[in-house]
Design a protein around this ligand. Structure first.
Ligand SMILES: *[C@@H]1O[C@H](CO)[C@@H](O)[C@H](O)[C@H]1NC(C)=O
Ligand SMILES: *[C@@H]1O[C@H](CO)[C@@H](O)[C@H](O)[C@H]1NC(C)=O
Ligand SMILES: *[C@@H]1O[C@H](CO)[C@@H](O)[C@H](O)[C@H]1NC(C)=O
Ligand SMILES: *[C@@H]1O[C@H](CO)[C@@H](O)[C@H](O)[C@H]1NC(C)=O
Ligand SMILES: *[C@@H]1O[C@H](CO)[C@@H](O)[C@H](O)[C@H]1NC(C)=O
Length: 549
C-alpha cells in the first residue's frame, strides 16, 4: 500500500534519489514524441502478465517518489481528486469493464456493486504500464477497471460504483457486448471509430470521410463529438438521417470543472488530459463495438483508407481466414499531401474530393516517427490495450495461454492508409518537398468517382444539397492554425520536455482559439465518482422509523 505520511522521510530520500534518477530516467512519451532519427530507441511496450490486474502496488518506490516530485513541482500533487467514468461494458459472462480517468498519483480504491443483493467488491484495475502515466506529461491517467462476476449473473443495465471513503454511490450504465459463445453473427463486418472531433470547422472532410469508407464497405460508424461548428452539425444531421442506426454519435465532453477553475493549469483537470482523452476514447469505442462489428478501424478524419479492390471488408475477411488468430492487421500509414481548395465550396453540392490531386511524399522526406508509424484494423473482442499506432496487449486466444496476434501487412499495395495532413511542414525534412512519382494514382481516381456517385445519389433532391454552409473558410484556416500551435505552446509557456507540462490538452488549446467561432459543445458526459458533496439520505432512512414508537 502507498501511504501519504512520513513527508520528512520521503523528502530526504527524494533529495538523494531524484538527483540520481533525474539523470537516468528516460521518460517515454509514446509515438507522439518527435523522434528525430532512427537511432532513437522506440519504447518497448510493457507486457503485463495475467496477474497484473491488481496493480500500482507493484510500482517501484523510486518511480513513485520521482512522479510525486514532478507533480509537486507542477502543482499537480493532491489537487486533482476526481475519478471520472462514463459507461461500462459486460464483456463476458464473468466480467464487466470500464475505462476511467484519474490523476496518476490518486490512490483511492474503487468499489463496485453489481446488484443490491450482492455486496460491494473492490474494482481491479490496470494501466498501460507500471507508472500509469499518460502521454506527453499529462498526469490524468487512463485506467481500465474490471469487476469479476459469477458467470450466471443475469445482465443488469447499471452497476454501482463508489470509492472506499464515500457513502454515496454512482449508477453507471452497462452495455452488454458479450459474443454468442458458439455461433456469433456480427451485424457489421467493417466499422470505424472516429477520434472525437475537437473545435472542428472543416465540414467538407466529413463528407470525404463517410463516402470513402462507405465506398469500400464500412457499414457502422462510431462518431465521437467534443466541439464543432453549426455547419458541421448540419452535415452530421444529414448523415444521421441517411445512415440511421448505423451511425452512432457519442458525446465526449471535457471533464467537469468549476467555472472558477476553468482554463487554470493548476486547477482545471482538463489541463492534464492528453488530447481530450484520446486514449480513453479509443478503448471506449473498441469496447462499444464488441459483438457488433467484426473489424474496426481506429482513425482520424484525415486518414484515408485505400484498398486496391475498393473493398476493405472483403479484404479483411479473406485475411482473417488466413490468420485465424489475428487480433489486428497493421498496415502502412503514408504521409500525403491533399491540396485544399476551400474557397469555392459554399454548399455540399460543391464538394468533389479531388483525390486525384493527392500526392504521396517521398519516404526520405518524412520525419522518422511518421515514416514508421502504422495504422490498424482491430477485432474489437481480441484487443486489450493499444494506441493509434501500437498494440500493448491482446486478449488470450481461447483456452491457450497465448495472446491473439498482430499481423503486419507492410508494403502491401492492397491495403494502406494515406495520411492527408494539412499542416505537415514540421513533419517534413528536408525541404523542399519531393513526391513519390511511382505512386499509382489511378486507384484514387476510381475511388473518387465511386464516392462522387454515392454522394450525388445521397443528396439528390434534398434540401441539404444546396444549403449554404458559409462563411467558413477564413475561420477554419485560423482555427486549424491555432490548434496546430497549441501542440507547441499553452498557458503562456512553450511545451517541451524541459518544463514537463502536459501537452495538447483541451484546456490548453481552447484559450488559444482566436477566430471567434462559436462552437457547439458536447453536453457533460463524465461522472465524478469521487465527488465531495454529500446528499441528505435521511428521507430514505426515516421510512424505517416511526416517530411514535
Ligand atoms: C508509461 O507510459 C507512458 C505513456 O503512456 C510514458 O509517458 C511513461 O513514461 C511510461 N513509463 C514507463 C516506466 O515506461
Ligand atoms: C544510426 O546508427 C547507425 C549504426 O550505428 C549509423 O551508421 C548511422 O549513421 C546512425 N544514423 C544516425 C542518423 O545517427
Ligand atoms: C465487398 O465484397 C463483398 C463480398 O464479395 C460484397 O458482398 C460487398 O458488396 C462488397 N462491398 C463493396 C463496397 O464493394
Ligand atoms: C477474397 O477471396 C475471394 C475468394 O478467394 C476472392 O474472389 C476475392 O477476390 C478476395 N477479395 C479480396 C479483396 O482479396
Ligand atoms: C494502377 O492501378 C490500376 C487499378 O486501379 C491498374 O489497373 C493499373 O494497372 C495500375 N498501374 C500500374 C502502373 O501499376
Amino acid at each position: 500500500m502507498r501511504r501519504r505520511g512520513s513527508k520528512i522521510f520521503y523528502s530526504l530520500l527524494i533529495l538523494i534519489m531524484v538527483t540520481f534518477f533525474v539523470l537516468t530516467i528516460n521518460i517515454y512519451t509514446g509515438p507522439y514524441t518527435q523522434y528525430e532519427n532512427e537511432n532513437e530507441s522506440i519504447p518497448r511496450p510493457w507486457k503485463p502478465e495475467s496477474s497484473e490486474l491488481k496493480k500500482r502496488r507493484d510500482l517501484s518506490l523510486k518511480e513513485i517518489w520521482l512522479q510525486k516530485r514532478i507533480n509537486r513541482n507542477r502543482g499537480a500533487f493532491s489537487k486533482f481528486k476526481g475519478i471520472y467514468v462514463r459507461e461500462a461494458y459486460r464483456v463476458s459472462d464473468e466480467e464487466i469493464r470500464f475505462i476511467y480517468l484519474e490523476n496518476q498519483d490518486n490512490d483511492m480504491t474503487l468499489k463496485a456493486q453489481i446488484s443490491p443483493s450482492v455486496g460491494w467488491q473492490p474494482v481491479e484495475y490496470s494501466c498501460f504500464n507500471a507508472t500509469c502515466f499518460d502521454y506527453l506529461f499529462c498526469s490524468m491517467a487512463t485506467r481500465f477497471g474490471s469487476v469479476k462476476l459469477a458467470p450466471t449473473t443475469p445482465h443488469q443495465p447499471y452497476i454501482h460504483l463508489t470509492t472506499e471513503k464515500s457513502d454515496e454511490f454512482t449508477m453507471v450504465p452497462v452495455n452488454d457486448v458479450r459474443l454468442h459463445p458458439t455461433s456469433h453473427r456480427y451485424p457489421h463486418t467493417l466499422g470505424v471509430c472516429l477520434q472525437p472531433i475537437f473545435f472542428f470547422t472543416d465540414w467538407t472532410v466529413i463528407l470525404q470521410f463517410f463516402e470513402s469508407w462507405i465506398a469500400q464497405g464500412a457499414t457502422k460508424f462510431y462518431f465521437y463529438l467534443h466541439s464543432y461548428t453549426w455547419q458541421t452539425k448540419r452535415v452530421l444531421d444529414f448523415y444521421k438521417d441517411s445512415l440511421g442506426d448505423n451511425l452512432e454519435f457519442i458525446d465526449w465532453s471535457d471533464l467537469p470543472v468549476h467555472v472558477r477553475d476553468k482554463g487554470s493549469y493548476d486547477r482545471d483537470p482538463n489541463s492534464r488530459v492528453f488530447r481530450h482523452a484520446a486514449t480513453a476514447f479509443m478503448h471506449d469505442c473498441m469496447l462499444r463495438a464488441r459483438s457488433h462489428v467484426k473489424f474496426v478501424a481506429n482513425t482520424d478524419l484525415d486518414d484515408l483508407a485505400v484498398s486496391s479492390s475498393l473493398n476493405i471488408s472483403d479484404f479483411l475477411e479473406n485475411a482473417s481466414v488466413r490468420h485465424s488468430d489475428a487480433a489486428q492487421f497493421k498496415v502502412d500509414w503514408i504521409l500525403s499531401h491533399q491540396p485544399q481548395n476551400w474557397d469555392p465550396i459554399k454548399n455540399p453540392k460543391d464538394v468533389n474530393f479531388v483525390l486525384q490531386s493527392v500526392r504521396v511524399l517521398k519516404i526520405a522526406n518524412i520525419r522518422y516517427d511518421y515514416r514508421v508509424s502504422k495504422k490498424m484494423f482491430h477485432r474489437p473482442e481480441r484487443v486489450t490495450n493499444f494506441d493509434m499506432h501500437s498494440v500493448y496487449r491482446n486478449e488470450l486466444a481461447g483456452n491457450r495461454n497465448q495472446q491473439y496476434t498482430t499481423v503486419e501487412m507492410f508494403d502491401n499495395p492492397d491495403l494502406y492508409f494515406l495520411h492527408l495532413r494539412r499542416f505537415e511542414r514540421h513533419l517534413l525534412n528536408p525541404l523542399p518537398v519531393e513526391f513519390n512519382n511511382n505512386f499509382n494514382g489511378s486507384l484514387l481516381m476510381k475511388l473518387n468517382t465511386r464516392m462522387l456517385d454515392q454522394l450525388a445519389k445521397r443528396i439528390d433532391r434534398t434540401e441539404f444539397a444546396e444549403s449554404p454552409l458559409i462563411p467558413w473558410t477564413m475561420e477554419a484556416r485560423q482555427t486549424m492554425r491555432d490548434l496546430e500551435q497549441c501542440r507547441r505552446e499553452a498557458f503562456g509557456s512553450i511545451l517541451d520536455d524541459q518544463n514537463q507540462m502536459c501537452q495538447q490538452s483541451s484546456s490548453g488549446c481552447e484559450g488559444m482559439l482566436t477566430a471567434g467561432v462559436p462552437f457547439i459543445k458536447a453536453p457533460q458526459t463524465w461522472i465524478n465518482i469521487a465527488h465531495k458533496a454529500l446528499f441528505n439520505t435521511y428521507v430514505e432512512k426515516t421510512e424505517k422509523f416511526s416517530l411514535f414508537s
